[in-house]
Design a protein around this ligand. Structure first.
Ligand SMILES: [Zn+2]
Length: 393
């Protein structure tokens, strides 16, 4: 166990504020992860503690959202959906109107703010908000299961305290709401790796969206082709995200760790295994700054829970020796049927998959390097050079 202090922010109250049953977004994932961690003996004690969060106040929500939007959202939750409310996105297929929508969103934001506060006052080095990660919410628009943007508010809280904030979004979907919040700022750098907008909602987040004005070069999008696998994902991470993140030298990191990147997710088309989670954690720890982890997407519930539990365990400094021993007895039929431990088995990569992913990804990396690196005084990798090899295949 490391000396890092980890805080798991959780409230059973929020779990009770669930989305409608037919909605794929399940708030219960946080509680399931908590139970998994408790059963593994990874939660409890001085350096790995639970923390009771709070709900965000209206004044806090107004730091990003308009007063009119907040009013319309509360009105819609009370059963009065107006034309303005419809225009703001309430009542869409993936933004259903439900009784607890405002409370649920306000709690998600409160958890994120409480996590940022723990980092700011030094009570935690790593804070987990698996009840948040609502990166699609705009200042006055709901989108993609997101109503109130906890990650924007947490980044703002940290930036308001004078911190240089890195927002690293590894959810399968582009973090469009967060991009919109910080597009003209350079004190908050946003890096989003996501399935390309050519094949996935929210249909944007392309590599030429690089920020504007003072923020030019501080908004980085790394679109990944459908079928992207571990090795290709890590190449993108290591070729673009890691050098830019290291050069930025953040005082704080907000990490959106959506588990809809995992193979088997019913809403996306990426093919990663949760082995990348361990690699991600190892890399962000090298930034040597406090980290707020936000949950985000993940629609295969068991895969999502195992991925988050694996992230927590890695942040704790625990390895997976016993996992493999347990896993050997498992029936290895599919990614989600790995019977023992937290790690996925390594998935084979077909020649067709490589051919579909590699050329497109290489071109994307080259374009980003050529456009963004010089803005930071960094040397773009020479054209045609093989990207840094991943640590494992
Ligand atoms: Zn997502």
């Amino acid at each position: 166990m490391s000396e890092r202090k980890l805080a798991f922010l959780y409230s059973p109250e929020v779990e009770a504020l669930s989305y409608p049953p037919d909605c794929p977004f399940k708030t219960q994932r946080a509680g399931c992860t908590r139970l998994r961690l408790l059963s593994f003996g990874l939660l409890g004690g001085e350096n790995s503690f639970e923390f009771e969060p709070r709900r965000a106040t209206i004044a806090e929500l107004k730091r990003f959202h308009t007063a009119h939007y907040l009013e319309e959202m509360q009105r819609a939750a009370d059963g009065d959906l107006t034309v303005d409310g419809l225009r703001m996105g309430f009542g869409g297929t993936d933004t259903p109107v439900f009784k607890n929508m405002f409370e649920c969103g306000a709690w998600g934001c409160g958890v994120g703010l409480a996590g940022a506060e723990l980092l700011l006052d030094g009570r935690a080095d790593i804070a987990f908000n698996l009840l948040g990660g609502f990166h699609h919410a705009f200042t006055d628009r709901a989108s993609g299961f997101c109503y109130l943007n906890d990650v924007v508010l947490a980044c703002m809280k940290l930036a308001d305290a004078g911190k240089r904030v890195l927002y690293l979004d590894l959810d399968a979907h582009h973090g469009d709401g967060v991009q919109s919040a910080f597009y003209g700022r350079k004190d908050v750098m946003t890096i989003s790796l996501h399935e390309s907008g050519k094949t996935l909602f929210p249909w944007g987040g392309f590599e030429d969206e690089i920020g504007e004005g003072a923020g030019r070069g501080y908004n980085i999008n790394i679109p990944l082709p459908a079928e992207t696998y571990d090795e290709a994902f890590l190449t993108a991470l290591d070729s673009v995200a890691v050098p830019l993140a290291e050069d930025f030298k953040p005082d704080a990191l907000v990490l959106e760790l959506g588990m809809d990147i995992l193979a088997g997710d019913p809403l996306t088309h990426l093919r990663m295994t949760n082995n990348v989670v361990v690699e991600i954690v190892e890399r962000v720890l090298k930034l040597n700054c406090p980290i707020l982890v936000a949950g985000g997407g993940g629609y295969h519930i068991d895969n999502t829970v195992r991925g988050w539990a694996l992230a927590w365990r890695t942040f704790c400094g625990e390895n997976d020796d016993c996992d493999y021993a347990l896993g050997m007895g498992g029936v290895m039929l599919a990614n989600s049927e790995w019977a023992g431990g937290l790690r996925d088995r390594v998935l084979p990569i077909s020649a067709g998959q490589r051919a579909a992913v590699e050329p497109e990804l290489r071109a994307t990396i080259e374009k980003i390097s050529n456009n963004i690196f010089p803005l930071h005084g960094l040397k773009a990798p020479a054209a045609g050079r093989e990207a840094r090899p991943a640590k494992f295949a």
